[in-house]
Ligand binder design. Structure first.
Ligand code: AMP
Ligand code: GLY
Length: 420
């Protein structure tokens, strides 16, 4: 398993539970994977492709699964397959669906897949000239990977102009190209599928909470919580998602010579008429959506991946616990901007009613310390939505570290839908 986040902890945990799996190594993993049964961390960075393939050969590892986008976008799967090694994920070409917002938007347009209208700009001046002519809210996206943080939505033309100037002026990573698109109203939905060319199997639906503050305010983060399934997705909506979005996407990729294999994440906006629109593609599983989905997955994840690699994706069971799972992310103070690390985390071992997936943690001796912005994903599973939520919130109270922050309203959209 390549990666170090909560998603990788959840995937490694699930893979390790397979009767077909002897052992899971996580490169480099975190404090949670260090403590997980059947799982060992190895100190290799996700972008060290030589180090990873060397380790895979030395340990005779059968399958490598890649969690984060960066190695996928940089071609880790191509690198492995050139050496005859099995690596699960999309090729570099297929990963462009996430790597470049302008590629993704143009792809959506070419294949007539519903998405917000947009324009791509190469220069700051051209972008500003355009923004002066449109109505807010104005959605401005940086072209390239941004860990969910490359989008700004501005309520006035003036603010939008400042945001564009800032992007072009950014001393650390000035942008070359931006996308400006229409604002989509509605409710977001994460739809993640296991894909092999034209074949796919959808995982259960999920929804993440992207903003840092309660009431969905403040800047976007990688995700402050998530739950699965989402009750407003009925048969008709799922049919629209499959027919209007999933199938044309897979077909489009095949036609363009970049057949997709791997997890494919459709970030959707569902409008008032219950029509889906693509907000973004991700070439991987979502984080934190992986955590509640893996908590509910009853089928053998390793078996699913093995079947997919053998072209037998349609022959397998894909069963989920019919209840709900809900994950609350505990983050470091200051996240998603600057934050400190190295705080001692207490209480994770006393959690019994929930699963604690780690992201930014490190085990030093027998001390668990914070090492990232998002630190833990406390995940409850229950027959009813409210059981899952109560388990997660009761469990989080047992955990503490200096500067901890978490949202107290994860799942509020679903809560409103539940009859009193
Ligand atoms: P992205 O990185 O493209 O997923 O965008 C991050 C977040 O910004 C999305 O999850 C939405 O919450 C919001 N967003 C992006 N594009 C739009 C849009 N066209 N209309 C409304 N909200 C958007
Ligand atoms: N939770 C959103 C993402 O993984 O991109």
């Amino acid at each position: 398993m390549v990666g170090r986040g909560g998603r990788e902890h959840a995937l490694a945990w699930k893979l390790a539970s397979s009767s077909k799996v002897q052992h899971v190594f996580v490169a480099p993993g975190n404090g949670g994977t260090a403590l997980e049964k059947g799982v060992t961390n190895v100190e290799i960075e996700p972008m060290d492709f030589d180090g990873l393939t060397e380790f895979v050969r030395k340990e005779k590892i059968y399958l490598t699964v890649v969690g984060p986008e960066e190695p996928l976008v940089e071609g880790i799967v191509d690198f492995f397959s050139d050496q005859g090694l099995l690596c699960f994920g999309p090729s570099r070409d297929a990963a462009r669906l996430e790597a470049s917002k302008s590629f993704a938007k143009q792809f959506l347009k070419r294949h007539e897949i519903p998405t917000a209208d947009f324009k791509v700009f190469e220069t700051c001046e051209a972008a500003i000239e355009y923004v002066r002519k449109i109505e807010p809210p104005i959605v401005i996206k940086k072209d390239g990977l941004a860990a969910g943080k490359g989008v700004v939505i501005k309520e006035s033309v003036k603010e939008a102009i400042t945001a564009i100037e800032d992007l072009y002026r950014s001393p650390s990573e000035p942008v070359k190209r931006i996308v400006i698109e229409d604002f989509l109203e509605g409710e977001e939905l994460s739809y993640i599928a296991l894909v092999d060319g034209l074949k796919f199997r959808a995982f259960s639906t999920s929804q993440d909470y992207k903003r840092i503050y309660e009431g969905d305010r403040g800047p976007n983060t990688g995700g402050m919580g998530a739950y699965s399934p989402v009750s407003f997705v009925d048969e008709l909506l799922e049919k629209k998602i499959v027919e209007l979005i999933v199938k044309p996407t897979l077909k489009g990729m095949v036609e363009e010579g970049a057949a997709y294999r791997g997890f494919l994440y459709f970030g959707l906006m569902i409008d008032k008429k219950k029509n889906p629109h693509v907000v973004e593609y991700n070439c991987r599983f979502g984080d934190p959506e992986t955590q509640p989905i893996m908590m509910r997955l009853e089928s053998d994840l390793f078996g699913l991946l093995e079947n997919t690699m053998e072209g037998r994706l349609d022959e397998m069971d894909l069963e989920f616990n019919p209840g709900t799972a809900l994950t609350i992310v505990m983050a470091s103070q200051g996240y998603p901007a600057n934050y400190e690390t190295g705080s001692i985390i207490k209480g994770t071992e006393s959690v019994i009613d929930a699963k604690v997936f780690h992201s930014g943690t490190v085990l030093t001796g027998n001390r668990l310390l914070t090492s990232g912005g998002r630190v833990l994903g406390v995940t409850g599973l229950g027959t009813q939505f409210s059981d899952a939520r109560t388990k997660a919130y009761d469990s989080i109270k047992k955990i503490s570290f200096a500067g901890q922050q978490y949202r107290s309203d994860i799942g509020h959209m679903e809560l409103k839908r539940i009859p009193k």
